[in-house]
Design a protein around this ligand. Structure first.
Ligand code: GP9
Ligand code: MN
Length: 647
């Protein structure tokens, strides 16, 4: 019988073989995205990016095979196999952990294997051969149709490389448009995979880790000495009036998303926006700090968490939750463990968001109630996750089950940019300032205020209120400088001056201690100061801990607050972009040297903190009486974990 001729001239070009490899690999990867990963695709742009993101890596990596003169086919097949293996490893890992493999995961495989170990095979199915079908097809084609192809023209590699870079930049451009600061804030592995693809994510992760570990590698135990001396010289002793007044009590932190202090007592058309938080600000039994500032950087919410629990500063660039989650920390949950406390975080978003599932282990959190514990049905969620009301409501039974005394953290979400509300959730009018974001801010803040009141009522009803220290704090600004036009109207000023802008970084801080008289506090403070304040209330002296905060209730509390960019505010001066202003008048200071003394302190303090964070220095230090925790002892496998592991 006469042989059927191939309709296409497949048999004479390496480029054709390469092209087939790219297309097959692209389809396979896209299928894997759809079948295996829950990436949360919200709009058409994300759908489009998900579809195109495997192309650049397919072109780039498989294209490396074209560098070979003789064995290009074999090289392409091997590269295809390695990439397929990487994808499959991620698939299997994801089936168990709902997360992607990162460098630290690989390096901890040895010590961690028990977590997955035996169950690996139970996570695989015969259908998984599908993820290698392109490799199999390529082998078949190589043997059958591309046997006698002529020598490879290596020049084609340059064109392919150029093409792959162009496609990548196009992809990245669109991704940054849909999700600004995707790479600089790099908040979530899911996001990176969704926008840039599983393979590009791996490259990104490798680069990040090399950067991080080289800083770490060059440090040794002598590096802690300077920091230790600085710390000893700057320790603020507790106030005997308050020390130990909350001894043995539970602790509840509530992060008030994007909530700024100008909102307290603000009236929109005569109506209070946040009546509940206003009433707390005027409650004699609650400390309310009205000169309190956020100190966050690009890590935003997560930076605020980091500051509050470690009393260290976040990173100047990037987020410590993402880039330094492998460090040793001596965080509040770990310290309190030594005093018999259990600990838990409640957050209505998925555990990988902001790498929390990794970071919370380093902080010593026993439990992490993430989205998997909540009913994430559409009417309960908006924007970044659970709406505050159902979130608090569903959290209560979980909170009540915790072993007491507990140390817990609640992260609200509803008051998050762009502050849009579902119609049925708001009974408060929007602002009328010619700026949708600003207008909506009043509605979402009002909703959050109602949710908080509901939470407080629930705590009172179940008796927890009387044995719990409650700390509420605005995590960072909500309205950025891009909205200054509208903010002028909101604040009734002609101009948002540099000092007004600095003052807009004020966030409210409340501390309620059962049985302790509070009241409005005017001392200047920042998020870094909360941990020593709280620990001293709990009767734990912080002098042996490597921290930078100064107890807000101490009679020796310092009166300045460092911003992450090196500027500061104090009762006397405000420094913005290295220019010195008077706090009282907001005018440029007549004496240019006026800010110098505090400026020097701020710069030194940030540098000392950076030493610890960038070089992971706490691994060389053990506070007396502190038992180090091991992050590997913690697991946040979710409510279905026991079911999964029985597979
Ligand atoms: C919530 C939070 C998101 O998980 O981390 O917000 P941001 O950091 O942008 O405030
Ligand atoms: Mn936030």
């Amino acid at each position: 019988m006469k042989k059927v001729k191939m309709p296409l001239k497949l048999n004479n070009s390496y480029l054709t073989f390469f092209g087939i490899a790219v297309v097959l690999f692209w389809i396979k990867t896209y299928a894997a995205y759809q079948i295996e990963f829950k990436l949360g695709i919200d709009n058409n742009m994300q759908k489009f990016l998900l579809a195109i993101n495997p192309i650049s890596s397919a072109l780039f990596f498989l294209g490396l095979g074209l560098l070979f003169k003789k064995r290009a086919k074999l090289a392409i097949i091997i590269i295809n196999f390695i990439l397929s293996f990487l994808l499959y490893a991620n698939i299997v890992y994801y089936r168990f952990f709902n997360d992607f493999i990162t460098m630290p995961v690989i390096s901890q495989m040895g010590s961690n294997s028990g977590t997955l170990g035996d169950s690996i095979t139970s996570l695989m199915t015969p259908f998984d051969v599908f993820y290698f079908t392109d490799t199999i097809i390529l082998i078949f084609l190589a043997l059958k149709f591309f046997r006698k192809i002529t020598e490879n023209n290596r020049k084609s590699y340059k064109i392919v490389l150029l093409f792959s870079i162009t496609v990548f930049l196009f992809n990245l451009g669109l991704a940054e448009k849909d999700r600004p600061q995707l790479l600089s804030r790099s908040f979530d592995r899911n996001y990176l995979v969704k926008y840039l693809g599983a393979y590009n994510f791996t490259i990104f992760d490798v680069i990040q880790n090399i950067k991080s570990s080289s800083q770490r590698a060059f440090a040794d135990s002598s590096d802690i000495t300077d920091v230790e001396n600085y710390r000893k010289a700057n320790y603020t002793p507790p106030n005997s009036k308050y020390f130990g007044k909350a001894k043995g009590m539970n602790v509840i932190y509530v992060s008030l998303e994007s909530f700024q202090n100008f909102m307290i007592d603000y009236k929109l058309n005569g109506q209070e926006v946040t009546p509940f938080l206003n009433s707390l600000a005027h409650d004699n039994n609650t400390f309310y700090f009205d000169n309190f500032y956020h100190q966050t950087g690009q890590g935003k919410t997560s930076d605020a968490e980091f500051l509050m629990e470690n009393s260290l500063y976040p990173m100047a660039q990037g987020a410590v939750f993402i880039n330094k989650a492998q460090n040793t920390y001596q965080a509040a949950p770990a310290i309190l463990k030594g005093y018999g406390y259990s600990s838990a975080v409640f957050h209505g978003n998925y555990k990988t968001f902001w790498n929390r599932n990794v970071m919370y282990k380093a902080l010593g959190y026993d439990q992490f109630f993430d989205a998997e514990y909540y009913d994430m049905k559409p009417e309960n969620t908006k924007n970044y996750g659970m709406k505050d009301k159902p979130y608090f409501e569903e959290s209560m039974p979980m909170l009540e089950k915790l072993k007491q005394p507990f140390y817990t953290k609640f992260i609200t979400l509803s008051n998050h940019f762009p502050f849009e509300m579902d119609q049925q959730d708001t009974d408060f009018p929007a602002g009328d300032f010619g700026d949708t974001v600003v207008n909506q801010y009043f509605q979402s803040a009002h909703y959050m205020d109602q949710a908080l009141e509901q939470f407080f009522n629930a705590l009172k009803a179940d008796g927890l209120y009387d044995k719990t220290v409650i700390v509420l704090y605005g995590d960072h600004y909500g309205i950025s400088e891009n909205h200054n036009e509208a903010m002028k109207k909101v604040l009734g000023v002609n101009e948002i001056t540099p000092t007004i802008n600095a003052e807009l970084q004020e966030v409210p801080l409340y501390i309620h201690v059962p049985g302790v008289k509070g009241g409005v506090q005017h001392q200047y403070g920042g998020e870094v100061d909360v941990r020593p304040t709280l620990l001293h209330l709990l009767g734990i002296d912080t002098k042996d801990y490597m921290e930078f905060g100064s107890d807000l209730l101490s009679t020796q509390h310092r009166d300045w607050v460092a911003f992450r960019n090196g500027d500061f505010v104090s009762s006397k001066d405000i420094q913005v972009n290295d220019k010195c202003y008077s706090t009282a008048t907001g005018e440029l200071s007549t004496n240019p040297e006026e800010c110098k003394p505090i400026d020097t302190k701020v710069k030194t303090e940030l540098q000392m903190s950076d030493e610890i964070v960038y070089k992971d220095l706490l691994r060389f230090y053990k506070p007396s009486g502190y038992t180090p925790i091991n992050p590997d002892d913690y697991n946040y496998l979710g409510p279905k974990a026991s079911k999964n592991s029985k597979h």
